[in-house]
Design a protein around this ligand. Structure first.
Ligand code: PBG
Length: 314
């Protein structure tokens, strides 16, 4: 094909992956003294606050504009009370103080903080208690905003969670803090390495009551529509790679920024094959490019540092 010749090919390239598309996840852990590598995520560590600040500085220096923080608390209880004050709030404060230009996003969820590992408070029968959960999520989001977070990202897919958080942010003077909602979050086995890393594997039941059936696509459209109505500024699809059709459908159905979360299992899969030299590391580029081509405006990826290092040479 005449247009595929070198030079011309660059001019007609339809999709470009850039540093500005990337968000790097950072896990901060209140139970450790030194950064600890996650076995199933080679090259990814759980950090202390101090180590998270230097990791964030590193990320920013590589030209990645944003990070998303997850916390592992020093204790867990039935109500996830350690989510309200602790390592995530401290890390937000320190990172924003030392690297103000870095966009700091924080995951708002209870599963890392509850002793049963569910994303909210659970009633006597083991069902999620929606109203009490919403009020805790409001308080968590508010505590992040007070610590100086740039974006809050509620990830539990609890009914009405976006509206509840929007209302409490607005009432407390944080109208400027956007909400990135995990709107289309599938009940996926690709979260396995992350759950192991944050020890949030549930002790009973599963998340099928509030996370979506991988067989459904129309449902994702309904979920996104509801979240936008409740005030979501950015909507997310998670995982990314097995759900490119969902990213595409959402991008073509709505006029809001779409984020895709390329989750821990996607990283583990590629990283282990690369480490075994079964695959060339340029599959990282090809994979992230395909997520962008499908319609993602931004990609949360554990490969953010790797790809930022590779992009100038591609
Ligand atoms: C929930 C949350 C999860 C992930 C991000 N936020 C885990 C879950 O739903 O069990 C998974 C991220 C990944 O796999 O990389 N707080």
């Amino acid at each position: 094909m005449r247009l595929r010749r070198r030079g011309v090919a660059d001019m007609i390239r339809e999709t470009r992956l850039e540093n500005d598309d990337l968000i790097y996840p950072i896990i901060v852990d209140d139970t450790i003294k030194d950064p600890t590598e996650i076995v199933s995520l080679p090259g990814i560590f759980r950090h202390t606050t101090e180590a998270a600040v230097s990791e964030a500085a590193n990320v920013s220096e590589l030209g990645v504009p944003a990070i998303i923080l997850f916390g592992v608390p020093s204790y867990k209880d039935e109500t996830g009370s350690s989510a309200l004050t602790g390592i995530v709030q401290d890390s937000i404060r320190e990172i924003k103080r030392q690297i103000p230009r870095l966009v700091v996003i924080a995951d708002v969820c209870l599963c890392e903080y509850t002793s049963h590992g569910h994303c909210g408070l659970v009633d006597q029968e083991g069902y999620l208690a929606v109203d009490p959960t919403l009020s805790v999520l409001q308080r968590i989001a508010l505590s992040y905003a007070e610590a100086g977070v740039d974006i809050v990202a509620p990830s539990g897919m609890i009914d009405s969670m976006v509206g509840a958080i929007r209302t409490s942010l607005d009432e407390n003077g944080f109208t400027h803090v956007p909400i990135m909602s995990y709107s289309a979050k599938y009940n996926s086995k690709f979260y396995g390495p992350f759950r192991e890393a944050v020890q949030s594997t549930y002790k009973f039941g599963d998340r099928s009551a509030h996370q979506m059936d991988p067989a459904n696509s129309d449902e994702a459209i309904r979920e996104v529509a509801l979240d936008i109505e409740e005030g979501a500024d950015i909507v997310m699809v998670k995982p990314a790679l097995p759900y490119l059709d969902i990213i595409y459908r959402i991008k073509t159905s709505f006029e809001v920024p779409v984020a895709a979360y390329s989750v821990s299992g996607e990283y583990a899969m590629l990283k282990s094959a690369i480490n075994l030299q079964y695959l060339d590391d340029t599959v990282i580029y090809e994979t992230l490019l395909s997520i962008k081509r499908a319609g993602a405006d931004m990609i949360i990826t554990y490969f953010a540092k790797d790809i930022a290092t590779m992009l100038p040479y591609i």
